[in-house]
Design a protein around this ligand. Structure first.
Ligand code: HEM
Length: 459
C-alpha cells in the first residue's frame, strides 16, 4: 500500500499532482471526464494536489486520510463555501448545510426519527409504492416497450419520500411538490455541469423556472405546516415527527422556516441518491446472470413460490439482496464525491493542508482503489458476504460518508433498496435494450449516462 512515511509535513506545494495549464489548471481535464480524472489522481499517492483556476484541491486517496477529515479532526473541516453556495439556495439551513451549534441541535433532534426501528414504519409505504409502479409498468410490459429505469426509480423514490414526509396528507400538494422537486433537482444537476451559469436572481428562462418551482414547494410545504398547526392531527409521518421534536435545553419546537428547510433537505438528500442506487442495482443484476440466479433463489426461499410482498421482518433473511445492494454502492456510490474546506492548517499523512484549502473525498475513487480491492471494477456481491468485511479499513468503503455528518438516512435508504429490489425482481425480469456497457455520468449524483432503457418481462 502506498502509505507516505511522515517526517513532518511537507510544504503544501510539495504534494504531487497534475500541473494542468497555466490559467485553468486541471479544470478542463476534470470537466471532460470527472471520474477518469479523479481516479487518475491515485497515481500521485495518498494525497494529490491539483488546481482548477484559482482554487487548489487536495484529494485524499487513503482510508486513514479520509478518517482524519470525516472523524478524527472533523471539527477542522467545514462543508466549505462551494458546497454551501450550491445547496443553500434550495435547502437554506437544513441538516446538510447547517454548521456549528445549529447543526448539532438539529442533528440531535432529527437523528432518532431515522433510527432503524422508526424507519421500519415506512416499510409498507415502500412496497405499496413499488406495487403501484409495477401497475404503471403493465402496458409497457405487455407491449414490450422499453422503460427508462432511472426515470422510473426517481419517481418511485420521490413518491416514497413524499409519502414518508406527508403520509396522511390528502390533497394535490404531494403531486405538485413532486413536479417542482424534479425541476429543482434538474437545475442542481445542470449547475454542477455548468458552474458559471448566472446565479438564480438573474431572470434567465432556466432561473425563472427554478424560482417558480421553489415558490411552489415553499407554498405547499408552508400550507401543510400551517394546516397541521391549526388542526393538530395524529399523523405519524416525518413532518409530524419533526414538528413533535423539542430542544432538550430550551424545550422549543422548530419554527416554520427551519421545518421547511429540513423538509426540503430530506426531499433533496433522500430521493436522487436512492433512485440512482436502485437503477444501478437493476442494471448490474440484469447483466450478471449468476448473481440474478442467486438472488431469485433467495426470493424463492424467503418469499415462497408465490413471491409474497416482502416486509421489514424479511430483511434479515434477504441477506444476498443486501450484499447486492452493498456491492452496487461500492461500484456506483451515488454521492461520488464530498468536499470539505479546512478551517485551520492540518497535516494528513505527512502532507500539509493549508487553512481554507479544499479537500475532496471520493467514495468512487476509494471503492475502486486497487490497493484495497481485488479486481476493483468487477461486480462481485460475495465481497460483502457475512464475515468477509471483518478487519477491513473503515474508510475504504464509505458510500454514506462517516463521522458525525454521516448520512442520517442510511437505514432508510438500505431498507428501501432491499424492499424495492425484492418486490420488483419477485415479479419481473429486466433486460437492457443494448449490449453496450452503460457509462456513469458524474453530476450532482452518479447516474447512468443517457438514461437506461430496459425491457420488462415476467419473472
Ligand atoms: C443510497 C442512498 C443515499 C446515499 C448514497 C447517501 C449519501 C450520503 C452521504 C455520502 C452523506 C454525507 C455527505 C457529507 O459528508 O458531505 C449524506 C448526508 C445526508 N443524507 Fe444521505 N444518502 C442516501 C440517502 C438518504 C436518505 C434516504 C435520506 C433521508 C430521507 C438522506 C438524508 C441525508 C441527510 C439529511 C444528510 C446530512 C447529514 C448531516 O450533515 O448531518 N440520505 N448522505
Amino acid at each position: 500500500m502506498s502509505t507516505t512515511i511522515s517526517n513532518g509535513p511537507r510544504p503544501a506545494n510539495g504534494t504531487p499532482g497534475p500541473r494542468g495549464t497555466p490559467v485553468l489548471g486541471s479544470m478542463r481535464d476534470f470537466q471532460r471526464d470527472k471520474l477518469g480524472f479523479i481516479r487518475s489522481l491515485t497515481r500521485y499517492g495518498d494525497v494529490a494536489r491539483y488546481r482548477t483556476a484559482h482554487l487548489t484541491w487536495y484529494q485524499i486517496n487513503h482510508p486513514d486520510g479520509i478518517r482524519r477529515v470525516l472523524q478524527e479532526n472533523n471539527r477542522n473541516y467545514g462543508k466549505g463555501s462551494l458546497t454551501l453556495n450550491f445547496f443553500k439556495p434550495v435547502v437554506g439551513e437544513g441538516l446538510i448545510t447547517s454548521e456549528g451549534a445549529l447543526w448539532l441541535r438539529q442533528r440531535r433532534l432529527i437523528q432518532p426519527i431515522f433510527h432503524r426501528r422508526s424507519v421500519a414504519a415506512f416499510g409498507a409505504l415502500m412496497t405499496d409504492e413499488t406495487l403501484a409502479m409495477l401497475e404503471r409498468w403493465r402496458p409497457a410490459m405487455e407491449g414490450g416497450e422499453p422503460l427508462d429505469v432511472p426515470v422510473e426509480m426517481a419517481r418511485l423514490a420521490l413518491d416514497v419520500v413524499t409519502g414518508a414526509l406527508f403520509h396522511a396528507h390528502v390533497g394535490e400538494e404531494p403531486e405538485v411538490i413532486g413536479r417542482a422537486i424534479n425541476t429543482i433537482v434538474e437545475d442542481l444537476g445542470y449547475r454542477f455541469e455548468v458552474p458559471f451559469y448566472p446565479p438564480h436572481r438573474v431572470p434567465t428562462p432556466r432561473n425563472r423556472r427554478f424560482r417558480a418551482a421553489m415558490r411552489t414547494v415553499d407554498q405547499a410545504v408552508y400550507a401543510i405546516i400551517a394546516e397541521r398547526r391549526r388542526d393538530g392531527g395524529d399523523e405519524e409521518d416525518l413532518l409530524a415527527l419533526l414538528m413533535g421534536t423539542r430542544d432538550e435545553a430550551s424545550g422549543e419546537a422548530m419554527g416554520d422556516k427551519q421545518l421547511r428547510d429540513e423538509v426540503m433537505t430530506l426531499f433533496l438528500a433522500g430521493h436522487e441518491t436512492t433512485a440512482n442506487a436502485l437503477s444501478w442495482a437493476l442494471y448490474l443484476i440484469s447483466t450478471h446472470p449468476l448473481v440474478e440466479g442467486r438472488l431469485r433463489q433467495e426470493l424463492d426461499e424467503v418469499l415462497g413460490a408465490d413471491r409474497r410482498v416482502p416486509t421489514i421482518r424479511d430483511l434479515p433473511d434477504l441477506m444476498y439482496t443486501k450484499m447486492v445492494v452493498d456491492e452496487t454502492l461500492r461500484l456506483y456510490p451515488p454521492a461520488w464525491i464530498t468536499n470539505r474546506q479546512a478551517i485551520a492548517e492540518d497535516e494528513i499523512l505527512g502532507h500539509r493542508i493549508p487553512a481554507k484549502s479544499f479537500v475532496t473525498l471520493s467514495p468512487y475513487v476509494l471503492h475502486r482503489h486497487p490497493d484495497y480491492w481485488q479486481r476493483p471494477d468487477t461486480f462481485d456481491p460475495e465481497r460483502f458476504a457475512p464475515g468477509r468485511t471483518d478487519g477491513r479499513p473503515r474508510f475504504d468503503y464509505f458510500p454514506f460518508g462517516g463521522g458525525p455528518r454521516q448520512c442520517i438516512g442510511q437505514s432508510m435508504a438500505l431498507v428501501e433498496a432491499q424492499l424495492v429490489l425484492a418486490t420488483v425482481l419477485g415479479r419481473c425480469r429486466l433486460r437492457p435494450t443494448s449490449d453496450e456497457p452503460v457509462e456513469a455520468e458524474a453530476l450532482a449524483t452518479l447516474r447512468p449516462r443517457g438514461g437506461l432503457p430496459m425491457i420488462v418481462g415476467p419473472a
